[in-house]
Design a protein around this ligand. Structure first.
Ligand code: SF4
Length: 257
């Protein structure tokens, strides 16, 4: 069914910047075309320019299909399998451009990243999953752990004594309830190690906007639902999560929501 409320503001921001970057590429293409057809160019120059223009046309076509696919998927909440490739290109390749454009227009980078995460989440939610709990990996950041906790949970999350002082306790309860994998990662390297080890079919990632955007891109093509953490004491310190959001994402992948 068509979602006529159209795209919420957070998603619109990313899509808008994506569209704007397409216009930029289009203008560049027009310039190249103009140079290629200019009478003052040598033959070799023209061939080179035409080859470049050909490449850009190809990229533009892929990007147009990708952006179109993203918009249609968001509007109709339906997966368009045939456009997965171009959508992935548009989402991941054009994201840095969208960020750079946001910098030019003084748009908060976290807002753009948050918008990217929203778009990614909705694209993932347009697909159907019916996974076993063991095929789902929940990756959480180390900063969820209470800063004065003496237990080394990054070595082994079961070192947590479940005192309830931080959200790690709730994550372990979720793991025990559903039988999913849950791990704490201090960074991208450790996160990639867990992905190699567990070979999940889907990931629920908890992190700040910056780490989530890079994690989503790194994990491609594994579907990732991103849940941003809450930072009442500032970044990377005693952060918190709303466990209902993590549980809802897990249940979605198990098709029990
Ligand atoms: S819940 Fe676990 S990780 Fe958190 S403070 Fe208590 S023992 Fe440490």
């Amino acid at each position: 069914m068509l979602n006529v409320e159209i795209l919420p503001v957070r998603k619109r921001l990313f899509i808008g910047l994506l569209g704007f970057s397409l216009v930029g590429v289009g203008l560049l293409l027009s310039g190249i075309w103009y140079l290629a057809t200019s009478d003052t160019r040598t033959l070799i120059d023209q061939i080179l320019l035409l080859a470049l223009a050909g490449l850009l046309v190809g990229a533009l076509v892929v990007a147009c299909f990708g952006t179109g696919g993203i918009i249609l998927t968001l509007l109709y909440a339906k997966d368009i399998t045939v456009l997965h490739g171009p959508m992935r290109v548009a989402l991941n390749l054009f994201f840095p451009i969208a960020l750079a454009l946001g910098g030019v227009f003084h748009i908060d980078q976290n807002r753009i990243k948050s918008s990217f995460i929203e778009v990614n989440n909705q694209l993932v939610r347009s697909k159907e999953f019916n996974l076993l709990p063991t095929q789902i990996l929940v990756l959480a950041p180390h900063c969820l752990q209470w800063s004065e906790c003496p237990h080394k949970i990054t070595v082994d999350i079961d070192n947590c004594r479940r005192c309830g002082r931080c959200s790690v306790n709730k994550l372990l309860a979720l793991r025990d309830q559903y039988g999913i994998h849950v791990n704490m990662a201090t960074g991208g390297t450790l996160a990639r190690k867990f992905v190699r080890e567990y070979r999940p079919r889907a990931i629920v990632a908890i992190a700040c906007e910056r780490d989530l955007t890079s994690g989503i891109q790194d994990s491609n093509p594994i579907p990732v639902l991103g849940v941003t953490n809450e930072r009442p004491f500032g970044p990377c310190f005693n952060t918190e999560i709303r466990i209902e959001k993590v549980e809802e994402a897990v249940l979605f992948f198990m098709q029990r929501s």
